[in-house]
Design a protein around this ligand. Structure first.
Ligand code: PLP
Length: 228
């Protein structure tokens, strides 16, 4: 971790933006892609600098760090996304932070618990269903076979959760074909869920975001490529 100067961050951001442009236009001029900057491994100062360069949406994977940063930067009109596994004992803390989007709803159990606590606080939270598209032991999320049905189940049984789409982490491999497959699988589920109101297909990180966009992603989560 280090504090990067503005010119370095500008160069990194420009490179990512141009890569996004090239990939999204190859899909369609109307394929708009949202960039969420993942700030979990970087310094607070770099977030402020990226804000000055025009970036507005940031993501964190831990409730405690999310809270510290939201508090430290509360003067700035930023959008905050929760992208990491949510422990049950942190649910209330997350609700109080009112994140723009909670992208990592990864089990029915968590959905029910979150819904209960949202109900008690008389509020709602916008969430994405996390899909474990390559069926990896190391990853959490809903299995490919159950994802569609579980989306419906949560929508019907958890009225305080506003389901807005799906999220996946690309297969952990050097084999581009397998990564592509995990994105295509997730995008297929997303397409079927559009009639249920799904708006976001969140996939793509520093190493695979252009591939993800070509597979239909409309929200990418990029960290290390910006903070090198
Ligand atoms: C860390 C993280 C990212 C960003 O990863 P980079 O490879 O640094 O771009 C994206 N999504 C999730 C869920 C993460 O945990």
């Amino acid at each position: 971790m280090s504090i990067l100067d503005k010119e370095q961050l500008r160069a990194n951001l420009d490179e990512v933006i141009w890569n996004i442009e090239e990939a999204r236009i190859s899909v369609s001029e109307h394929h708009i892609v949202k960039l969420v900057t993942v700030s979990k491994y970087t310094e607070l100062e770099n977030i402020s600098t990226l804000y000055a360069l025009g970036q507005r949406a940031f993501g964190e994977n831990q409730v405690q760090q999310l809270k510290e940063r939201m508090t430290a930067l509360e003067e700035l009109p930023l959008e905050w996304h929760m992208i990491g596994s949510l422990q049950k004992n942190k649910i209330n803390n997350l609700i109080d932070l009112r994140p723009t989007l909670m992208q990592s709803l990864d089990s029915l159990d968590l959905a029910q618990e979150l819904n209960k606590k949202l109900a008690a606080k008389e509020t709602k939270m916008s969430c994405l269903l996390q899909i474990n598209a390559a069926n990896e032991e190391s990853k959490s999320g809903f299995g490919v076979e159950e994802a569609y049905d579980m989306y419906q189940t949560i929508k019907e049984s958890c009225p305080h959760i506003q389901l807005n789409g799906v999220m996946t982490i690309g297969a952990h491999t050097d084999d581009t074909k397998l990564i592509q497959q995990s994105f295509e699988t997730t995008h297929n589920i997303y397409e079927k869920l559009q009639k249920e109101g799904a708006k976001y297909c969140s996939m793509g990180m520093s190493n695979d975001y252009t591939l993800a966009i070509k597979c239909g992603s409309n929200l990418i989560r990029v960290g290390s490529a910006l903070f090198k």
